[in-house]
Write a protein that binds this ligand. Structure first.
Ligand SMILES: N[C@@H](CCC(=O)N[C@@H](CS)C(=O)NCC(=O)O)C(=O)O
Length: 216
């Protein structure tokens, strides 16, 4: 059976957990704090980040959330999470949405740690730079949510784009509760609330973690 190294607030790990659930792939959940010295991520991922999907042999691993999703789609095409290869534009649009979501998550993580520095070491221009990316990405996602034709962002089934967007919104709600995204982008909020009703989302609700080690 696969093992997934995951963290409770991580939007990247949640994407993978939801994809595994939607594809009915059993796995053991190994929850860690990736920022602490106790994490096993460096044993499997040279980039020292989770999520990491450890394969049946207990040694080989797949890492980087977008690559894990691509790997799962290639190896377990049943319950597809992307439109078929004959629907090139829809497929690329779903991947584009994931790119924006991952970029927003990356910028949020960088801003989060910059804010943790002692005030005299903190760079406000750096935080502002990251938050511009966050606002730009959320604006694009808000527009796409507003323009969706049916229940889902791409096509007529739950897919990668919904999973990525829902994971980001859940992370914002958990780690950035004072951010105003839900008021600014009501269509995005509505889409997220619909997704949170699904069993695979209900089973993976994010929660904060406490870091023991000093990171910055
Ligand atoms: N691009 C990576 C980002 C993963 C990531 O940043 N994971 C965080 C936890 S949410 C992590 O493990 N950080 C530890 C570190 O950067 O040292 C992905 O999509 O998997």
């Amino acid at each position: 059976m696969f093992t997934l190294i995951s963290a409770t607030p991580s939007p990247y790990a949640r994407k993978v957990r939801i994809a595994l659930a939607e594809k009915h792939i059993p796995f053991t959940l190994q929850t860690e704090v990736p920022w602490d010295g106790t994490t096993k991520t460096p044993r499997y991922n040279p980039l020292e980040k989770l999520p990491v999907l450890i394969l049946d042999d207990g040694k080989s691993a797949v890492y980087e959330s977008s690559y894990i999703l691509e790997w799962l789609e290639a190896k377990y095409p049943e319950t597809p999470l992307l439109p078929g290869i004959d629907q090139v534009d829809a497929r690329l649009f779903a991947k584009r949405i994931e790119v924006v979501v991952d970029g927003v998550c990356d910028a949020l993580v960088l801003a989060f740690f910059e804010k943790m520095r002692e005030p005299e070491k903190r760079s406000q221009p750096w935080i502002d730079r990251q938050m511009r990316k966050v606002e730009g990405g959320l604006k694009a996602l808000g527009e796409w949510a507003d323009q969706k034709q049916g229940d889902y962002l791409v096509g007529d089934k739950l897919g990668l784009a919904d999973i990525a967007v829902g994971s980001l919104c859940g992370y914002l709600d958990c780690r950035w509760p004072s951010h105003t995204w839900a008021d600014t982008y009501p269509a995005l909020k509505k889409h997220w609330q619909m997704l949170e009703e699904l069993p695979s989302f209900q089973d993976t609700r994010p929660s904060p973690q406490t870091m023991k080690d000093k990171v910055v």
